[in-house]
Design a protein around this ligand. Structure first.
Ligand code: HEC
Length: 121
């Protein structure tokens, strides 16, 4: 009898833990997507394909697939017609945007932390 209670309790705790991990992952993902749509999509387009000969595609881009640090440097320094975002985006938001673009559409890449970006600035 006591064992059954403990078992049920254990399972309940497990379900709560798993749910909170899943919810955190979904919230983090949506934050990056939202920031991308607000800050980058006007040029690079919501589907990440850009506009040929004007704004490069981020979907399949060598820079984006290369490393999170490369993307962070583009955002911090700016590039050509693209403005620097050093003064306007926090390291935490930059990390969320970079982790989103590196894993959106057909892209897949390791994530970067806000601390790593902070150290680049
Ligand atoms: C005002 C338009 C504009 C906005 C807004 C903008 N970009 Fe760009 N981006 C560009 C242009 C233009 C280039 C190409 C620059 C060059 O190589 O001369 C570029 C290049 C890049 C590159 C390099 C891609 C490659 O394959 O060479 C990355 C990565 C990138 N942008 C990411 C972002 C992210 C992430 C955001 C949002 C935080 C963003 N950009 C916002 C215009 C923009």
């Amino acid at each position: 009898m006591r064992r059954t209670v403990l078992k049920t309790l254990f399972l309940a705790v497990l379900v709560v833990l798993i749910n909170s991990v899943l919810i955190t992952a979904v919230v983090a993902d949506t934050a990056g997507e939202k920031l991308f749509l607000e800050t980058c999509a006007e040029c690079h387009q919501p589907d990440g394909r850009g506009i040929p000969d004007i704004y490069p595609a981020l979907d399949g881009s060598e820079v984006v697939l290369g490393s999170g640090v490369d993307v962070a440097l583009v955002l911090i320094i700016g590039r050509g017609e693209m403005p620097s975002f050093d003064g306007s985006i926090t390291s935490a938001d930059m990390a969320a945007i970079i982790n989103y673009v590196r894993n959106a559409w057909s892209n897949a890449g390791a994530t970067i932390s806000a601390e790593t970006i902070e150290a680049l600035r």
